[in-house]
Design a protein around this ligand. Structure first.
Ligand code: SF4
Ligand code: SF4
Length: 438
């Protein structure tokens, strides 16, 4: 299917991608423990890859598994994404890659046909235990209907995305270059089984569909959607759903399952399939490292690898180091500390050398309207920015401030260089604080 649309947003250079490469040597990993997750290991203890080293009583998806084999150095403090201190299990890598025996290896699923012998809830629980958080994201959502009866929300569309949130950081597209058909089929079949989805759609960057994939999709009745890889923020879940199904998910925190659709990035599908095939939890992260590094790459690294090791594996920063941004140049967040470990929910790093960092101050709005032309959710960003700047928060809320997804497309095109996203964040935080007090 060819998508013809009038999508708003900005054009970014489509990324050049090569298949993910394994990172060679990591001396130490730091596995962050979410609040409520208890460390199960002590300093000096030997661990193997896949061994449970931290367990949550409330959410098995937060369980932590060793990503390298070696000796536990202890529970140490590391820096989190927002600069906050976080406890993490530190493991010194012995380089032997000793694997822990899979607890349920006998239950490993290799053939999609055998999935039916597992109840969807049981399969979702198993994937949660392996760290995928399937029940809360892809599984059908229970809700209480108007007449007080518990119902299950049906999922119509399962969308597998090989387009990236913030090009040029492109782990999803890189995974497409490294696809094993049996993994793709098993991963998608498992997600269909868990979610009950009626239709599968593959969102593939224009020109990225191989003949083999086309044939596979035809045989299995998956729909292919060819989308422009450099169109930002097209690949954001709720926007992708809107473009591929016509359904409009309310922002900002609408759960897309309420609209009968879920989006799963391609690398997650492949990881999930490997986990099912081996009966072992996922312990690697796939991250694209791009921007001002000597050898931009997509890397498969053990979870908990420090950011500085990833930069080193890419030949280091070219020029003087400026910012290292987690996520990408448009939606990302500059990091406080390069010792920060990477986790499964991260997709890439973008490096900006000191020479390329723009030094500017903003100017008053000149009412050019460019921000309106690019806003993918049809807001009037210039006006919202002024309302937030002058503390007219309720007026901003009335003009749909909370529909803003903070994609930054408006700030990117603004000739006055207005700090629009920061103004929106400020406005939202003030409104929320005021509402909490009431
Ligand atoms: S107003 Fe919000 S959603 Fe619209 S372009 Fe700006 S940041 Fe993106
Ligand atoms: S793009 Fe910038 S200058 Fe132009 S209307 Fe929007 S906020 Fe004002």
């Amino acid at each position: 299917m060819k998508i013809e649309h009038l999508f708003k947003g900005v054009r970014r250079r489509p990324p050049n991608v090569s298949p993910p490469a394994e990172i060679e040597s990591v001396q130490r990993v730091f596995l962050p423990l979410q609040p409520g997750v208890k460390a199960l290991v002590e300093a000096g203890q030997e661990v193997a890859i896949g061994q449970l080293v931290g367990a949550s009583e409330d959410s098995p998806a937060q369980n932590v598994h060793a990503s390298v084999s070696g000796t536990v150095a202890g529970v140490e403090m590391v820096t989190g994404v927002a600069g906050q201190p976080v406890n993490a299990v530190a493991i010194i890598n012995d380089g032997k890659n000793t694997m822990a025996p899979a607890e349920d290896a006998a239950l490993a699923i290799r053939e999609p046909e055998t999935l039916v012998s597992h109840k969807p809830l049981e399969l979702a629980g198993r994937l949660d235990q392996a760290g995928f958080d399937i029940s809360a994201t892809v599984g059908p959502k229970p809700y209480i209907s108007m007449n007080g009866v518990k119902q299950i929300r049906k999922i119509d569309y399962l969308i597998i995305s090989a387009v990236d949130y913030d090009p040029p950081v492109a782990p999803n597209q890189a995974s497409l270059a490294d696809i094993a058909q049996e993994e793709l089929v098993l991963g998608i079949s498992a997600l269909v089984h868990v979610s009950g989805a009626k239709k599968v759609k593959l969102a593939i960057p224009k020109g990225g569909v191989s003949k083999d994939l086309e044939k596979l999709a035809y045989d299995l009745n998956w729909e292919m959607a060819s989308v422009a890889a450099g169109q930002y923020p097209f690949a954001w879940d709720n926007l992708l759903i809107n473009q591929l199904t016509g359904r409009e998910v309310f922002f900002p925190e609408g759960d897309s399952r309420d609209w009968g659709a879920v989006v799963v990035p391609l690398p997650k599908v492949l990881e999930l399939a490997r986990c099912l095939m081996t009966g072992k939890p996922a312990t690697t992260c796939t991250l694209a490292v791009s921007g001002d590094v000597n050898q931009p790459k997509v890397l498969k690294a053990p979870c908990g690898t420090p950011v500085k090791d990833l930069l080193e594996a890419c030949g280091g920063v070219s020029g003087d180091q400026g910012k290292v941004i987690l996520g990408g140049p448009m939606k990302g967040q500059a990091l406080f500390d390069l010792d920060m470990p990477v986790t499964k929910d991260m997709d890439g790093l973008f490096v900006q050398s000191a020479e390329k960092m723009a030094k500017f101050s903003d100017h008053p709005c000149i009412h050019c309207g460019r921000c309106v032309q690019v806003c993918p959710v049809n807001l009037i960003p210039g006006e919202l920015g002024k309302l937030c700047e002058y503390n007219q928060f309720e007026e901003a809320a009335d003009k749909d401030l909370f529909q803003c997804i903070e994609c930054g497309a408006c700030a990117y095109v603004c000739p006055a260089r207005r700090p629009l996203v920061q103004l929106f964040q400020y406005g939202k935080a003030e409104i929320q604080a005021e509402r909490m007090e009431q």
